[in-house]
Design a binder for this molecule. Structure first.
Ligand code: BTN
Length: 322
């Protein structure tokens, strides 16, 4: 009901709609209308009311509410269900729980804050309330586990395109970091549940730093991490960026499912900051150096080592050398 009242008020914007009209359209009492308006105000909606003309929306809150997001999505699979939490340990962990209980392909789990956000390599992902986009998507593609890394690349393309769409010169560092001028803006953590030859589900967790300004970011991170506000001076809307990213992901995911990975890989390569660069790759128990000269059809990085030998790298942490 709250959602329907909000949409009636929004439909009249910038005009007013009277309480009487709302109660007539929805078949509820004026007191019920008033109670729902009070609830909306508690949720951060600034709603003006004037005795003769009624209600008018002045400002929506900077929140990633499911109903707000739904209105911005133009998707077939991604966002088939949307779960919103003010605070959660990790959206990836909640996504896993929901996937175990049978959540649908494309379910999106969003939190304003994560108290135990997870990065790759067992690192912590700093995710304070309202300062970024912290969310996970449950994917259930019909693929074998060996193809799963491709979906990290697909996601990286969706993120980079959404950022480029708002004028941010985002580059992709293999496999899944989104950088601006060498500093990390966003990361992707893909987790998988699979049998030997069949993926049950993938959880693709995405973290985008939006406003981790001075005093918020731990000092040891400030040289290597950046956030959108540094590059956009407040001209961003978290929910618009999230919607555009999910819209991109939806169309890329459908293309991927129809066997069109090679086009996506081409886009990935165009936005790469890793290819043709001297890199050092840290993998478990091993470090390699060389030139990152290509990505193959499986999403593996092809490294030309300093001794002239080739190495195919499936996972690891890349640092760019000068
Ligand atoms: C990385 O180390 O680069 C990956 C970071 C991924 C962070 C996101 S935030 C939403 C989702 N939930 C988590 O706990 N982690 C991912």
């Amino acid at each position: 009901m709250k959602t329907r009242i909000l949409s009636l008020i929004k439909d009249q914007y910038p005009g007013y709609i009277s309480g009487e009209e709302i109660s007539r359209i929805l078949g509820i009492s004026r007191t019920a209308v008033w109670k729902h308006i009070r609830k909306l105000r508690e949720n951060g909606y600034q709603i003006e009311s004037h005795s003769r003309v009624g209600y008018r929306l002045v400002q929506a809150p900077d929140k990633l509410y499911r109903d707000e997001l739904t209105g911005l999505l133009d998707t077939a699979i991604i966002g088939s269900d949307i779960v919103y939490r003010e605070t959660v340990g990790s959206t990836n962990d909640l996504a896993k729980e929901l996937a175990q209980k049978g959540a649908a392909d494309g379910t999106v789990i969003i939190a304003e804050e994560q108290t135990a956000g997870k990065g790759r390599m067992g690192r912590r992902w700093f995710s304070p309330a309202g300062k970024g986009l912290w969310f996970s998507v449950i994917l259930k593609p019909e693929i074998s586990p060996t193809d799963a890394p491709k979906l990290t690349l697909v996601t990286a393309v969706a993120v980079a395109l959404a950022l480029r769409g708002i004028g941010i010169p985002a580059g992709i560092k293999w496999p899944n970091d989104i950088l601006i001028h060498g500093r990390k803006l966003a990361g992707i953590l893909t987790e998988m549940n699979a049998e030997f030859d069949r993926v049950h589900y993938l959880i693709v967790g995405i973290g985008i730093n939006v406003s981790l300004g001075t005093g918020i970011l731990p000092s040891e991170l400030s040289d290597i991490v950046t956030s959108l506000e540094e590059h956009m001076e407040g001209r961003y809307s978290r929910i618009q960026i999230l919607a555009s990213l999910l819209n991109n992901l939806d169309s890329l995911y459908r293309n991927f499912s129809q066997g069109q990975f090679s086009q996506i890989l081409t886009q990935w390569k165009e936005m790469s900051v890793t290819l043709n660069r001297k890199v050092r790759i840290h993998a478990i128990g091993n470090v390699d150096e060389g030139i990152a000269f290509d990505i193959d059809e499986e999403g593996a990085l092809l490294l030309m080592k300093e001794d002239g030998t080739l190495k195919r790298v499936l996972s690891g942490e890349v640092s760019l050398r000068s």
